[in-house]
Every structure is written in structure tokens, then in C-alpha cells.
Design a protein around this ligand. Structure first.
Ligand code: SF4
Length: 355
């Protein structure tokens, strides 16, 4: 396996996570051994014929996927919904009108490096540019992560800003993926945030419990259950096949830890663009105590146009879920419109004949 082709995302990863002289945890070893070579991955999946459709020049956002996630893919299936999310394809090189590098205008809402303040009472921190997986549809695939703080000391300015704005009561740790930080580093930041009296909640947005389940460590659970801040954990799974094996067990463990665990999915062509796929995903989530929260309309990021499902089709799919699932298991279909004070819900009510 070629592990030398680290991209800009992954180099940031190394810098940030090397804060501990401790031996590597299991999840860190698994992340270091993640698949980075399309040829090796396709050989492993008995799909070498797909190599011709993989671009050779994707240095800024190359293949990255942990073996745990690969183990949930079907051998010899070129349409596998998990493979489709991570395998680079030539379509990504097509420049599509209406798609942009920063489709949700994150950078216009960034008063300080590493801080995004779009909504009245909550602030999002870009903790890192590192992820455990490179999702080909990622809306931050062109994000300038180099500008974000790299050490805890560099977060001081952001912490001061948070301490000075009493309207903010929730901090969202995002990225990249905040759980690529070590537990020790994560705890240090959360302790500092908890010292700010008007902060009430800490939200973690992470795909690691799904793609790298070993990341749900005893220490992580301890950190989240011992802070005075109310944790809200938001995972990211798009297809029912992701909720299997170790991931299923570790997600259930997280959901039974005493704080809300929600799922955000993205509606993706060829991955989950059917009533059956969405229903099965929601069923598997609620069976382990994870609430299906949002299905996001694809953010129109350059390179991801082949994943887009038209909103009218999304309405039909999501609208059909009400007849198949209990009310608490039906996710809200939302779209991120730049300049709005929150995500915008897309109406899927069949009684309004709009689906
Ligand atoms: S969608 Fe999330 S986990 Fe995937 S590449 Fe983007 S930031 Fe990373």
C-alpha cells in the first residue's frame, strides 16, 4: 500500500495530532494504515477494471479510506454505495456551472482564522483539516485549512472572542474532523471552553465513529460525560451498510453514553437516492439509538456535480419515509442557503402535493 502520498489535508493532520509522546492508539495506527492508493484498493476489492476511471492528478484531495470502512464494501461490486463515496473518479475534474469552491460561503463568515460564525448563538471551530476519510462530495474539499490555528496556543484569540460574546451558548467542533485530534488535545480544548460561563453546549461533528470505529475510546466517552457542557454528538452516515460490524457496536456504545447522538446524511446520486436506501439507513440508526436528524441537499461544491439529486426528486424520496418509519425516525430534508440564519427545511409533506 502506498502511504507516501499525503496531501495538504493529511499533512495538517500530522502536525496537529503529534502533541503526545504516548504510544499510538489503535485508531491512530489504523488511520496511518488507511488506504491511499486507488490501485491497491481496487485490487483488494477485485475491481481493477475501475482504475481507468480514476484520475491521476488529485493531489489536493486524494483517496483516503480506513480499512474498517473498506471491510463493509462488497467485493467485485463497482456500484457499491460505500465505494462510490470515497473512490475518486474522472467526473470530479469537470468544471460545472453553478458549482463553486466555497458553496456555503464559510469564508465570508469567518471573523478569525478557524472560527465560523454564521448563526446567532453558535460558533463553529475548524479544529483541523484532517479527516479519516476523503468523501468525494465534501463541501469543504477546497477549504483553505492552512489558515486555521494549528496549536492550542493559537486558539487563544478565538477563546477570547468566545469569552467576550455572551450571546454564544454553543460551540461546534468541526473540521476536517475534530476526532482526528488526540483525546488529550480534545480534553484540553473542552476544559478551556467549559471555563467560559455563558457556554452551555459542545457539539461534535465527526465521521470517525462510522469510518474508524476504534476512535470511540474510553477516554473520549469520559471526556464527553465529565464536562459541565452538554455534549451533542453528530455523526455522518449516508447508507445503511455503514452501520454494521464494529461501527454498529461503537455507535451504540456512544448512543448509550447519556448524551444525544444524531446523524446527518447527504442525499447522493448512486449512494442513497432511493426510498429503500433511506428507509434502511434510518432503521439501522434508530435500532442502535442514533436519531436520523438531517438529510442535506448536496452543497454545490466544484467536483461533486455527479452526486447531485434534484430537489424535486429528493422531496419525493424523503416524503415517502413518513409512511415507512415512526415519526421520530424521519429526518428533516434541509439545504444550506448562504446568508440564511439557519439551514432551510425543504417541505416534503405529501398532503401538499409537492413531493
Ligand atoms: S465530509 Fe466530513 S469526513 Fe468527509 S471529507 Fe468532508 S469534512 Fe472530512
Amino acid at each position: 500500500m502506498d502511504k507516501t502520498a499525503l496531501n495538504a489535508f493529511s499533512q495538517v493532520t500530522q502536525t496537529i495530532s503529534d502533541d503526545s509522546p504516548s504510544p499510538k492508539s489503535l485508531w491512530q495506527t489504523q488511520l496511518a494504515e488507511a488506504w491511499r492508493s486507488p490501485a491497491d484498493l481496487l485490487d483488494r476489492l477485485e475491481l481493477t477494471e475501475l482504475l481507468a476511471s480514476v484520475p491521476t492528478d488529485l493531489h489536493q484531495f486524494p483517496l483516503l479510506v480506513p480499512d474498517s470502512f473498506v471491510q463493509r464494501m462488497q467485493l467485485g461490486n463497482p456500484l457499491d454505495p460505500l465505494l462510490r463515496q470515497v473512490l475518486p473518479v474522472n467526473s470530479e475534474l469537470t468544471v460545472t456551472e453553478g458549482f463553486a469552491d466555497d458553496p456555503v460561503q464559510d469564508q465570508d463568515a469567518s471573523p478569525l482564522p478557524g472560527m465560523i460564525h454564521k448563526y446567532a448563538n453558535r460558533v463553529l471551530l475548524i479544529t483541523t483539516g484532517t479527516c479519516a476519510v476523503h468523501c468525494r462530495y465534501c463541501f469543504r474539499r477546497h477549504f483553505p485549512y492552512e489558515a486555521a490555528p494549528r496549536s492550542l496556543e493559537q486558539w487563544e484569540q478565538v477563546l477570547e472572542e468566545l469569552a467576550g460574546d455572551r450571546e454564544i451558548d454553543e460551540v461546534i467542533l468541526s473540521g476536517g474532523d475534530p476526532l482526528t485530534w488526540t483525546d488529550r488535545r480534545l480534553e484540553k480544548l473542552i476544559v478551556r471552553l467549559a471555563e467560559i460561563p455563558h457556554l452551555q453546549r459542545i457539539r461534535i461533528h465527526s465521521r470517525l465513529p462510522v469510518v474508524l470505529p476504534a476512535r470511540v475510546t474510553d477516554d473520549l466517552v469520559r471526556i464527553l460525560t465529565s464536562t459541565r457542557l452538554q455534549p451533542i454528538f453528530v455523526i455522518h452516515a449516508n447508507h445503511g451498510n455503514e452501520i454494521a460490524g464494529d461501527a454498529r457496536e461503537q455507535l451504540q456504545r456512544l448512543a448509550r453514553s447519556g448524551f444525544p447522538v444524531l446523524n446527518q446524511a447527504v442525499l447522493l446520486r448512486g449512494v442513497n437516492d432511493s426510498v429503500d436506501a433511506q428507509t434502511e439507513l434510518c432503521r439501522r440508526l434508530i435500532n442502535i439509538g442514533v436519531i436520523p436528524y438531517y438529510v442535506n441537499q448536496l452543497d454545490r461544491v466544484q467536483g461533486a456535480a455527479h452526486f447531485e439529486v434534484p430537489v424535486e426528486e429528493g422531496r419525493r424520496i424523503l416524503g415517502a419515509l413518513k409512511a415507512k418509519l415512526p415519526g421520530y425516525a424521519v429526518p428533516r430534508y434541509v439545504i444550506d442557503i448562504p446568508g440564511q440564519g439557519s439551514k432551510t427545511e425543504i417541505n416534503c409533506d405529501p398532503s401538499e402535493h409537492r413531493c
